[in-house]
Design a protein around this ligand. Structure first.
Ligand code: ASP
Length: 340
């Protein structure tokens, strides 16, 4: 008989372990562990053995910062030789950012990392938390998964491709530019052909994760002062959510001047699309030309969340702007589909 797998469960916060308070749901220390302990279904023979580590403080993920991503990555990396897989329990609001960041930070971990949470706390009768946790534990126990996944409802998604698409549905996440890695229905089905192949085992984490990166969504009539502020000291990176294939208001001389100033300061500008589906191609329209002139790089079909996390990680690794520009457009963790 094969040995029962051991899964490390890091509870970082989020609705799954929250309780109702006077001001609304908030995480309460000890509550999640109690809920898990009192549910016999979570400890049955076919479910892997789990150890829970509750973080202090527990966060509503709206309060998460890049330093919190690094904390999770460090924790998992430190335990990598003692567990078969990892589950990160996290709030849904910024889960896609954290899952993306973990995918970049934990390249080479070689074990499954599953990020999940719930829309209703585990302690509430109609909670989706029990199912999400069970599916996550089973995915985290698989030998063929060696990447960061986001499991929610029936979806098993690549973490760095996921976006939160619903504030209230139980199927809260999708991955617009990549089919799901699998589906949790009567059976848990993972399409092995979609999984990442093993990478050389080595995890090198940056000392800190605090590179100043901004995120700006372009809109018709946006004053150039906003872009100028987004590129000003101490900014080192900017993710610009441009239109369609990566177009900007190229007829606005102030906007072009702001871009040129940012470029002169060496700010790395990554361009993603406001469209949920499709990809950035900065060579398609003349209205993208000022971006190319300013050294901006197209993020292809990356989500905004993945692009932001990627730029923060790359800048925190102490690389040169040119190196970062080149890596930004390369596939590092399955976050983008390279040009054919
Ligand atoms: N505000 C909560 C959080 O992101 C929402 C959730 O967990 O679903 O922590």
């Amino acid at each position: 008989m094969s040995e029962r797998k051991r899964i490390y469960v890091a509870y970082a916060g989020g609705t799954i372990g929250m309780k109702a308070t006077e001001t609304g749901y908030a995480p309460v220390p000890g509550h999640l562990a109690e809920q898990i302990r009192d549910r016999p279904q979570l400890h049955m023979g076919e479910i892997p053995e789990l150890s829970i580590c509750e973080y202090e403080p527990l966060l509503d993920s709206a309060n998460a910062r890049p330093a919190d991503w690094l904390r999770i990555a460090r924790d998992l990396a430190q335990h990598r030789h003692h567990y078969d897989g990892f589950v990160v329990l996290h709030g849904t609001d910024t889960m896609a950012y954290t899952a993306s960041a973990l995918a970049f930070l934990l390249r080479g971990l070689g074990k499954p990392v599953v990020v999940t949470g719930s829309q209703i706390p585990l302690g509430v009768l109609r909670s989706d938390g029990r199912q999400n946790l069970l599916t996550s534990l089973l995915v985290a126990a698989r030998d063929d998964v060696r990447e960061v996944c986001l499991v929610f409802g029936s979806h098993i998604l690549r973490g760095c491709r996921a976006v939160k698409a619903s504030a209230s549905g139980f199927e809260a996440f999708t991955s617009p530019n990549l089919p799901p890695l699998g589906k949790a229905g009567v059976q848990i089905e993972v399409d092995e052909s979609r999984l990442r192949l093993p990478e050389p085992a080595a995890v090198g984490l940056p000392m800190t994760l605090d590179a100043p990166v901004n995120l700006l969504r372009l809109y018709p009539g946006m004053p150039a002062s906003l872009l100028r502020a987004a590129l000003a000291e101490p900014t080192r990176g900017l993710i610009l959510e441009a239109y369609g294939a990566g177009t900007v208001s190229a007829a606005d001389p102030e906007l072009l001047a702001a871009l040129a100033e940012g470029a002169a300061r060496g700010v790395v500008v990554g361009v993603v699309s406001q469209c949920v589906d499709g990809r950035v191609d900065l060579s398609a329209y003349a209205t993208s030309a000022p971006l190319l002139e300013a050294g901006a790089v197209g993020g292809l079909d990356m989500t905004t969340e993945a692009a932001y996390a990627k730029l923060v990680v790359l800048l925190s690794e102490g690389r040169t702007p040119d190196e970062i520009r080149s890596l930004f457009a390369q596939d590092l963790a399955g976050e983008l589909t390279p040009a054919a």
